[in-house]
Design a protein around this ligand. Structure first.
Ligand code: SAM
Length: 277
């Protein structure tokens, strides 16, 4: 079986239907229609490891919606920089935050050609919503990107979002924390950072997390690292974590009391929100 392709050797998959792409595989997990058979093959492979596999994406997306709604409601932030937007789906960040703050600016970044093709049209819905094609694992590139610079004012607090992205970095294990440090250093005081990440819960659900990791990394998509809670917390270095800290996405201010027990997959994705002091 081929091993994962290192980050340095990765090129965007393009619209090639014979190669799986992160954005299209995620769309398949969410039950969307913008995916090919090769992407659904990755989804089915992970389902073999854990039949509830779709909940990795569903819990992630629900956390994205709740955390962005929280930032729009409870902070004065007017600008959102979203790294790795993904394909347009039922509820997108600009819809969540502009419902509450119509003038909030949102800049989406992705490097997947299908996201660029579909996403531009659907995500750039109004004059406060913009899209840039760039590599989110290259902070310098993002921070100097023309569209980012034009619409995000780095002298005012920013909501900086890395949802479901850093676990797709294939390279040295310490690099995602270094990437986040570069971004966090560039943010002004009062900014907020939201991260979600595949979790190895280090309990009885750890074997299923590692099984899913093995399938993802050896699939035609080739990435998906499950980190421990302590490792994910390191991505927030220099920030004050908002209570309850980094926690399972399902347990980050759920919409109501929990009536149903969590399934094994819901234990395997975590997120948190930090504030730059
Ligand atoms: N953030 C969305 C969410 O949480 O619902 C989408 C998450 S999806 C799993 C990850 C997205 O990151 C994909 O759309 C993929 O194309 C994008 N992505 C992955 N690596 C990237 C890179 N190096 N530069 C830009 N985008 C990237």
């Amino acid at each position: 079986m081929p091993g994962p392709v290192p980050q340095s050797e990765r090129v965007p998959v393009g619209v090639d239907p014979t190669r799986a792409s992160i954005a299209r595989v995620y769309d398949a997990f969410l039950g969307g229609k913008d995916n090919y058979e090769i992407d659904r093959e990755v989804f089915r492979g992970v389902q073999k490891a854990a039949p509830e596999a779709q909940d990795l994406a569903v819990e992630n997306r629900n956390f994205l919606i709740r955390s962005c709604r929280f930032l729009a409601l409870q902070t004065d932030i007017q600008q959102f920089l979203d790294c790795g937007s993904g394909l347009p789906t039922a509820e997108n960040i600009h819809q969540v935050v502009q419902r509450i703050k119509p003038d909030a600016r949102v800049v989406y970044i992705d490097n997947d050609p299908v996201v660029l093709a579909h996403g531009r049209a659907l995500l750039e819905e109004n004059e406060n919503t913009h899209f840039a094609a760039a590599d989110i694992f290259q902070p310098k590139e993002i921070l100097s990107n023309e569209t980012v610079r034009r619409h995000i004012d780095f002298s005012e607090p920013v909501a900086f979002l890395q949802l479901g992205t850093l676990h797709h970095y294939e390279g040295p294990a310490e690099k995602p924390a270094e990437i986040m440090k570069e971004y966090i250093d560039a943010l002004p005081s009062g900014s907020y950072v939201v991260i979600s990440h595949f979790l190895d819960p280090e309990d009885e659900h750890s074997p299923v997390a590692r099984k899913m990791e093995d399938v993802f990394r050896h699939s035609p998509m080739g990435s998906g690292t499950f980190r421990t809670l302590a490792e994910i917390e390191q991505l927030f270095d220099g920030l004050e974590l908002i209570t309850p800290g980094v926690i399972r996405c399902a347990d980050w201010y759920p919409d109501g009391p929990r009536l149903k027990p969590l399934n094994q997959v819901q234990y395997c994705i975590a997120g948190g929100v930090g504030r730059k002091p």
